[in-house]
Design a binder for this molecule. Structure first.
Ligand SMILES: [Fe+2]
Length: 287
């Protein structure tokens, strides 16, 4: 549980000119008063990614911190948290014995839970154990990518709906999911050009779950729409739109899934070194 309200002075310092700001002077183990909550959320909308330094939250505290900004989102069947903390997804490269197994997930660009009818608005990822080097997370700002499209592209893509499918994204990654998992996470279509519900700004909405254009379910049309989605993702993740986060002990990141996509850079020795993160997500709104 969070301990008590705080009305602190905190500082927000931009980390790049594309997105991301460092927040210091807050102890997230404590509840934020309503004014501070508002200021933090305003900074979140402005910078899209907040990096809170020097934090040490347990699972209950992370759930309580997240809940100050909305309703927590459950995870997929495969990644559900523990019985005690169903909203905390442990992201790690450890096997059942707690040893590094070399396996890393989420190395493809994605927006968390984009296949849901109301895709996740924000994700909170807290470093619990880091490798000595690497294991970075990379973010792409899709506001900037949208802004950089030509007027003709904006016109052409403006009305397109894209099917986001957990089933198909797993299939592309080489895993056939069960009927139970499909029922738990059915596909949903979202606008390719999305209007951010809080800022009113237009952004692309892409990532590994974005499968094909609605109405292009098979054959040539399916392949054609997939290659358009892939080309847009390639365009959107050029270095001029990205920020590379090198984690520090105590970092807690909060990012906006509605306008950023992200991926793990597997630039660490995952056979040798544990990398353990605790993730919570906020439920968004229908697109
Ligand atoms: Fe993710």
């Amino acid at each position: 549980m969070l301990r008590r309200l705080q009305t602190p002075e905190f500082e927000v310092r931009p980390l790049s000119d594309k997105m991301a700001a460092e927040v210091t002077g807050l102890d997230l183990c404590q509840a934020l008063d309503s004014e501070t909550q508002r200021d933090v959320y305003d900074a979140f909308l402005k910078h899209q990614l907040l990096v809170f330094r020097d934090q040490d939250l347990d699972e209950d505290q992370q759930v309580a911190f997240t809940g100050q900004f909305g309703t927590l989102e459950r995870h997929t069947l495969r990644n559900r948290g523990s019985a005690d903390h169903p909203f905390v997804h442990v992201v790690s490269n450890l096997d059942e014995k707690g040893m590094p197994n070399g396996k890393v997930a989420s190395t493809l660009w994605h927006s968390d839970k984009s296949f849901r009818e109301a895709p996740s608005s924000a994700s909170i990822l807290h470093a619990k154990r880091l490798p000595p080097n690497g294991g970075d997370t990379v973010f792409a700002n899709l506001y900037l990518a949208y802004d950089a499209l030509t007027d003709d592209q904006k016109e052409e893509l403006g009305e397109v709906m894209v099917v986001h499918s957990y089933e198909l994204s797993r299939e592309h990654a080489g895993r056939k999911i069960s009927a139970e998992e499909i029922a738990d996470a059915p596909a949903n279509a979202h606008p390719l050009v999305r209007v951010h519900p809080d800022t009113g700004r237009k952004t692309l909405f892409l990532g590994m779950h974005a499968s094909h254009f609605e109405g292009a379910e098979a054959g040539e049309a399916f392949r054609d729409s997939r290659s358009k989605i892939e080309a847009l993702e390639y365009f959107s993740t050029q270095s001029e739109f990205t920020y590379h986060h090198s984690w520090r002990e105590g970092d807690l990141l909060m990012w906006d899934n509605r306008c950023l996509i992200h991926r793990l850079d597997p630039n660490f020795d995952a056979d040798e070194h544990p990398r353990i993160m605790h993730r919570t997500c906020l439920r968004g709104t229908p697109t």
